[in-house]
Design a protein around this ligand. Structure first.
Ligand code: FAD
Length: 388
């Protein structure tokens, strides 16, 4: 067991930090309050080799590891929290599902634009009646000659106002085995995108409506039975989500630490008050512990598929830590932390959402409990006759 970065990882972290400080830090505050996808950042990151870090070189990626991508999130977020979303998009999200399971034609058609930072892909998974119970999704994909007809509604899709492509979970038939996914392009006949709604993070998302939306059969990503593969990919997405939560918590912590050293009250710097010192000690313990859990899940995932248990433990710890630390950092900075003059309040608002997204804390704990008791706990209501 070795708790140190390798020389290569240290060098990579240093390079990304320098890039982020030079190119991203100057507009970090403005960017955090802009709801739109930062395409200019995506293009810069593409040129810097930060898109597709974990994708293979034939797919246009860098052939790196998940740990590398996590290091990139940490370093980018330390300079510009909002830009960490672009590292997520280019390395952890639906782009990986496309790279992993897409056909050669799909990859050639879309990956260069996505990895070039010129196009964004949004995930259409959640539905009005299928949130945590995602397998209740109703959006259907029915064959129609050489095409498929998509019907249904999706909600809460990140980047939806700016996306050109949508990876949509759809049902080809009943049950878990009937679920797969398709790629729908903006402008496809029968596909309409609702007006943007605002969320606590400052992001805007739109509802996606499919009414006999016709897509060519070549746009099928995963056919019936694809759900398990999608969930395996989703564990990777969860690690990116965990890394961002932790990195934003650390961004807020660093700002609070600097403030506690320079701000004086009662003729002394804030850091000399024990009441605040213990807050910092608690935050340091939480940050270090969550980081080790994240690194364990990512390092083990680099030797195979991410373990669902290790991913759940890491995400729950990082999500809670990120939010609690950002929230406490506001307290330490007083009204300045509460203002929009610093990024601390943004970090608090942003980390809050990741306690719900990509497997809520409660759903992660359900998964952890199954590991603890070494059995499955069906969350569904039992039928009266089955319970008897
Ligand atoms: C920041 C953010 C980004 C998102 N991005 C996307 C995206 O890009 N694409 C997309 O499709 N969706 C996205 N979502 C939606 C997200 O996937 C859902 O919000 C999530 O699955 C929870 O569903 P819900 O909001 O409908 O809550 P519900 O499922 O209605 O849950 C409500 C509450 O009940 C709890 N709960 C539910 N079932 C159980 C249970 N069995 N045991 C214990 N507690 C339970 C939940 O944890 C939650 O606290 C995003 C959400 C957020 C907040």
């Amino acid at each position: 067991m070795n708790f140190e970065f390798t020389e290569e990882q240290r060098l990579f972290a240093h390079q990304v930090r320098r890039f982020a400080q030079e190119k991203l830090a100057p507009d970090a505050l403005e960017r955090a309050h802009d709801p739109r996808f930062p395409f200019e950042v995506a293009e810069l990151m593409s040129a810097q080799g930060l898109m597709g870090i974990t994708l293979s070189e034939p797919d246009g990626g860098q052939g790196g590891t998940l740990m590398d991508a996590i290091i990139a999130i940490e370093q980018v977020a330390s300079a510009c929290p909002r830009s960490a979303d672009v590292v997520q998009f280019g390395n952890f999200g639906p782009i990986r599902t496309l790279a992993e399971y897409g056909t050669a034609a799909q990859k050639v058609r879309w990956l260069p634009e996505l990895l070039g930072g010129r196009m964004v892909l949004s995930l259409g998974m959640s539905e009005p009646d299928a949130g945590s119970a995602v397998t209740d999704l109703k959006t259907s994909a029915k064959p129609d000659g050489s095409a498929y007809l998509i019907n249904g509604t999706k909600v809460f899709s990140t980047f939806s106002p700016d996306a050109t492509l949508f990876l949509v979970y759809a049902r080809y038939g009943p049950g878990l085995g009937g679920i797969g996914s398709v790629i729908v392009e903006r402008g496809a006949p029968g596909f309409s995108i609702g007006a943007p709604s605002s969320f606590m993070s400052g992001e805007e998302w739109c509802e996606l409506h499919f009414e006999n939306c016709r897509i060519p059969a070549e746009n099928v990503l995963l056919g019936p039975g694809g759900f398990k593969k999608q969930m395996e990919s989703f564990n990777v997405e969860r690690l990116g989500n965990a890394a961002r939560a932790l990195a934003l918590g650390r961004h807020a912590y660093d700002a609070a630490r600097a403030h506690a050293k320079s701000r004086e009250q009662f003729g002394r710097p804030l850091c000399e008050f024990q009441g605040l010192q213990w807050k910092f000690a608690d935050m340091a313990i939480k940050l270090e512990a969550a980081q080790l859990l994240l690194y364990r899940a990512a390092a083990n995932a680099d030797r195979g598929l991410p373990s669902a248990y290790e991913t759940a433990v890491a995400k729950a710890a990082c999500n809670q830590t990120g939010f609690e630390v950002a929230n406490e950092s506001i307290q330490i900075m007083g009204a300045l932390g509460y203002s929009r003059e610093t990024l601390v309040e943004y970090c608090m608002r942003r980390t809050r959402g990741w306690m719900i997204a990509g497997g809520s804390i409660e759903m992660l704990k359900n998964r952890i409990a199954e590991h603890v008791f070494d059995r499955r706990f069906d969350q569904r209501k039992r039928h009266a006759d089955a319970a008897e």
